[in-house]
Ligand binder design. Structure first.
Ligand code: GLC
Length: 453
């Protein structure tokens, strides 16, 4: 696996000596832009009048700066295109790309280790929608309101839910990049009408597996990691349950949750799923589905673009998507998605902001949608013809509605702890070590204790 990848275009030959010499008090000036405590402290020397500030900014425009941008493994290739396009438009900024693990939880832990030690290597990075509150509270990241106001970014252009995911204590800490909602993929050469309920899915998967060379009926994410929590939240919501209510009371121990976990156990134990389904994350899911191994699969929108890419898919033209099946209370799609945040210790917050601004912009999100199959967070992109043509998903009003109604995971600065507790109990239930009732009770108790700490 590639660990470091430097993306440098020919036009951005970097002369480090020149850059450093020209820097002067660049770092202090940069730190003045965002609203952070350090900025207030070193404001004295840089208390320049507006003209000087403009001159300084103009000079800075010419300086060559290298920033490090990190995100998890991108199976779609959209990241390379985004970085190349950004560097072509901003020749004074070189972006070094640092690849993080595909597993969001592993990436999270690496960021926390680095940022809690004050490391300034990473300037800007992709953040799972579940991280901003935690990172803001821990003071790992820069607050973005001053940049947003200065550059007149209209946050109303984004889906409200994606903006809210980046807020903490009334301020904006992360910019929306793309949004995610769980979908049911199916083989359109095998299945005419997708199932509407989990029970129908189980029946149809059992009936059709084996056709057109398929080995499995259904693929989901059942490994003990973040994706398992999303799958569970979808099941729980589809049976009418929830983890926390709107007042942050823990309500997970309910008959609805028990029914949901029972259905998950039934699916995992049945022969419609691979015997090693407990090792499946998104990567295993798309590898098997693209290979033509499964009739149905739950995954995020990015997989749609991959299924149609003949270089990597054996099933181009033979797959379609639908809403996830319903439980007793209807169909529920889990809300995911990615934002960008700036390391509070970054030495180049201005350039980091420029990159995040580009990635969230109409142009950046269009690249992400067309190259990566990622669902935009900006409503107007769903009216863009090229975006619509790139994937049937984006031209489908039902999908856009699904995105807007997707069910969030609990919003809390201690979310990672809540998630870990859920992962443990859910895995034990899926392995048959405890009953669904015990799993629901244990989750309730453990989350209640964690919130009380
Ligand atoms: C996707 C989602 C993210 C979620 C993760 C779980 O990347 O966008 O929000 O946490 O999957 O595996």
């Amino acid at each position: 696996m590639k660990v470091w990848k430097k993306v440098v275009t020919g036009s951005v030959a970097l002369t480090m000596a020149g850059t450093l010499a020209a820097c002067g008090n660049d770092d202090n000036a940069d730190n003045n832009a965002p609203a952070n405590d350090a900025a207030d402290n070193n404001a004295n020397e840089n208390n320049v009048n507006d003209n000087d500030e403009n001159d300084e900014e103009a000079a800075e425009d010419q300086e060559e700066v290298t920033i490090t941008y990190a995100r998890g493994y991108d199976a779609t290739g959209a990241t390379d295109v985004l970085i190349e396009e950004f560097m072509a438009e901003n020749p004074h900024i070189t972006v070094e790309f640092r690849e993080m693990p595909a597993d969001t939880g592993q990436s999270h832990d690496q960021y926390v280790t680095e940022f809690s030690a004050g490391d300034d290597t990473i300037d800007v990075f992709d953040a799972d929608v579940i991280w901003p509150a935690e990172f803001a509270q821990a003071q790992y990241i820069l607050e973005l309101d001053r940049f947003i106001e200065r550059d007149d970014i209209d946050m109303d252009e984004f889906f409200p839910g994606t903006v809210q995911s980046g807020q903490y204590e009334g301020r904006q800490w992360a910019m929306p990049k793309f949004t995610d909602a769980g979908l049911l993929y199916y083989r359109s050469d095998i299945v005419d009408t997708p199932p509407e309920t989990w029970d129908e899915l189980i029946d149809m998967a059992g009936e059709y597996m084996g056709e057109e060379g398929t080995e499995y009926g259904y693929l989901m994410q059942a490994n003990q990691y973040e994706g398992l929590v999303v799958n569970a939240v979808e099941f729980i919501a589809s049976y009418g349950g929830a983890v926390l209510d709107e007042n942050e009371n823990v309500v997970v121990n309910s008959p609805e949750t028990v029914a949901a976990i029972e259905k998950m156990v039934e699916i995992v134990e049945s022969d419609i799923t691979p015997s090693n389904i407990n090792n499946f994350m998104e990567t295993e899911t798309h590898n098997a589905f693209l290979n033509g191994d499964a009739v149905f699969a739950r995954n995020w929108p990015y997989m749609q673009a991959m299924t149609e890419n003949e270089d990597e898919s054996n099933i181009a033209g033979n797959s379609a998507f639908a809403l996830l099946p319903a439980g007793d209370d209807g169909s529920a799609s889990g809300l995911g998605g990615w934002m960008t945040m700036i390391n509070r210790n970054s030495n180049h917050p201005e350039e980091a902001w420029e990159l995040m601004k580009f990635m969230s912009s109409y142009e950046g999100q269009k690249i992400s949608a067309i190259e990566g199959g990622n669902a935009p967070t900006m409503r107007s992109l769903y009216d863009d013809e090229e975006v619509q043509d790139s994937a049937p998903l984006f031209a489908d009003p039902e999908f856009v509605e699904t995105l807007e109604n997707a069910v969030p995971r609990p919003v809390s600065p201690i979310y990672p702890q809540i998630s870990d507790l859920m992962q443990i109990e859910l895995s034990r239930a899926l392995a048959g070590d405890i009953s669904p009732e015990e799993a629901a009770e244990n989750m309730e108790q453990a989350i209640t204790d964690a919130l009380a700490e």
